[in-house]
Design a protein around this ligand. Structure first.
Ligand code: GLU
Length: 492
């Protein structure tokens, strides 16, 4: 395929927040544009006014920005073929629709919605495919003027051919043929003067010089309608590629239940945009069938339509979590601290003093770098570092195979030894506490377990000595003292 002058577009309808499927379409178009040195255009298809959700356009654009999918032409950016919001381009569609009527390729339809409703119910009842019965297709002048008195704002329908078939070439599937008799006389201009998706999409793709239409497979049945419109309008059709469906792990249609929530929700859950991009790229495309971690540069360098699969892609949330962990581990500690900061700020308990100390946050990061799968998990993993007081079940202070007195004794001796410790480093702590366990005839795990609960309030925490170093001697001693006091007053 010649790869000159590639112009591709992402054409979302602002009828909701974009989910992974929508954004995967955006990403593939963006990658194709960047790979070929072409242009990536964003066009807002907001002609279905009843379904437009206020604020959705903004969230769509924010999602693209968060993922780094910059556009060359589109809202807020402009470009030579704007405006890039269909509600601002009504004149183009009106002109095209009227031209089709004049040419005899489209006609006014005066049918009232009640008539259409009745027709539909009757078709469903007799198990016929629902469709318009074409009553207004053959009206003569007189009939038309009679009807137009009753219905001053008729819709315009396209005159679909009654015979033959329409074939188009899909870049992924090869030739795809639809029988024309399965194509309804679909509406192109509605009574309110707004176009339908089909007309607006074709007119814009033509005027915006789109070279390739890459969209989800669910639109494949619209392609023959679009082809017919391209032909009737005398436009050259772009190339088409209908991207494979995305299924949940149970192979049913991807839904919220599979974790396919809006993309901004993933951002708020602490996923990194670079992990998300990598993950989405593999939903239907592959580098070599085995490589999972692929950085952006490689994605751009190697993206091709040839390696887009034909079969459905499976959305696997665990894989995303794993991938996000890999990307978190690839961040420098400074970067991790910077990115974790807003999550810490938002999710640490209110008892933690704000603003957080940046240096302290940085010191804590090595202890979660290896463990966190999302940024949002971090506050919960490290809250004990920040909280002025920690809380836990006193019973946890009783070591394995030990009783209250033994545990209390261990804590008190630990306290004495740590008080005497001059330097408070990983090595000095280890050099002090390991022999102490032996002296007390305890396994290291037994003693360390008690100390871990005393200083972190948790039974599972980052490596103990490193944790104690970051907490600092004063805080550790205070917490061990409090733990001993809890145990001495504890009756079980
Ligand atoms: N507005 C359609 C959507 O929301 C675009 C389909 C297409 O790309 O042609 O998905």
């Amino acid at each position: 395929m010649p790869e000159k002058c590639v112009r591709v577009r992402y054409a979302p309808s602002p009828t909701g927040y974009p989910h992974v499927g929508n954004i995967r379409t955006a990403l593939f178009n963006w990658l194709f544009a960047r790979h070929t040195g072409g242009s990536f255009i964003v066009r807002i298809e907001d002609t279905d006014t009843a379904r437009t959700v206020p604020g959705a356009e903004q969230v769509i654009l924010q999602s693209l920005q968060w993922l780094g999918l910059d556009w060359d032409e589109g809202p807020a950016k402009g470009g030579a073929y704007g405006p890039y919001r269909q509600s601002e381009r009504l004149e183009y569609y009106r002109k095209a629709a009227h031209r089709l009527v004049e040419q005899g390729d489209a006609y006014y339809c005066y049918c009232a919605s009640e008539r259409l409703e009745e027709m539909r119910s009757a078709q469903i009842a007799s198990k016929q495919p629902p469709g318009y019965d074409r009553r207004c297709r053959g009206l003569d002048e007189q009939e038309r003027s009679g009807f137009s008195g009753e219905c001053p704002n008729p819709v315009i329908r396209f005159k679909a051919p009654l015979k033959g078939s329409t074939t188009f070439y899909d870049e992924l599937r090869g030739e795809v043929t639809f029988e024309n008799r399965s194509i309804d006389d679909f509406i192109i201009l509605k009574a309110d003067g707004f176009p339908t998706y089909h007309l607006a999409n074709v007119v814009d793709d033509h005027h915006m010089h789109i070279s390739h239409v890459m969209r989800a497979e669910e639109w494949i049945s619209s392609a023959p309608k679009h082809l017919l419109l391209y032909r009737a309008l005398g436009y050259q059709a772009p190339r088409f590629a209908h991207l494979p469906m995305i299924l949940g792990p149970d192979r049913s249609k991807l839904s919220k239940r599979h974790g396919a929530v809006s993309v901004t929700q993933y951002r708020d859950e602490g996923y990194l945009p670079q992990a998300m991009v990598n993950f989405l790229a593999l939903l239907g495309w592959s580098l070599d069938d085995k490589t999972d971690i692929i950085d952006l540069e490689t994605l751009v360098d190697s993206f091709s339509l040839e390696r887009i699969g034909k079969t459905a892609a499976v959305f696997n949330r665990e894989k995303l979590d794993w991938m996000n962990g890999v990307y978190i581990r690839s961040l420098s500690l400074d970067d991790l601290a910077r990115q974790a900061m807003p999550f810490l700020d938002e999710h640490l308990p209110v008892s933690v003093e704000r603003p957080l100390d940046e240096d302290y946050v940085k010191a804590v990061m090595p202890l979660v770098h290896e463990r966190a799968k999302t940024l949002k998990e971090i506050p919960q993993l490290v809250d004990f570092f920040f909280m002025p007081e920690i809380d836990y079940e006193t019973e946890l202070l009783i070591g394995k195979k030990m009783d209250r007195q033994m545990s209390l004794n261990a804590l008190e001796i630990t306290l004495e030894r740590l008080e005497d410790l001059e330097s408070f480093t990983r090595d000095s702590l280890e050099g002090c506490l390991r022999p102490l366990a032996e002296e007390l005839e305890l396994k290291a795990g037994q003693l360390f377990g008690i100390i871990r609960v005393a200083v972190t309030g948790q039974t599972v925490a980052p490596p103990l000595f490193e944790t104690m170093v970051v907490l600092g001697k004063t805080k550790c001693l205070k917490r061990i003292r409090q733990a001993a006091a809890r145990l001495s007053g504890y009756t079980c």
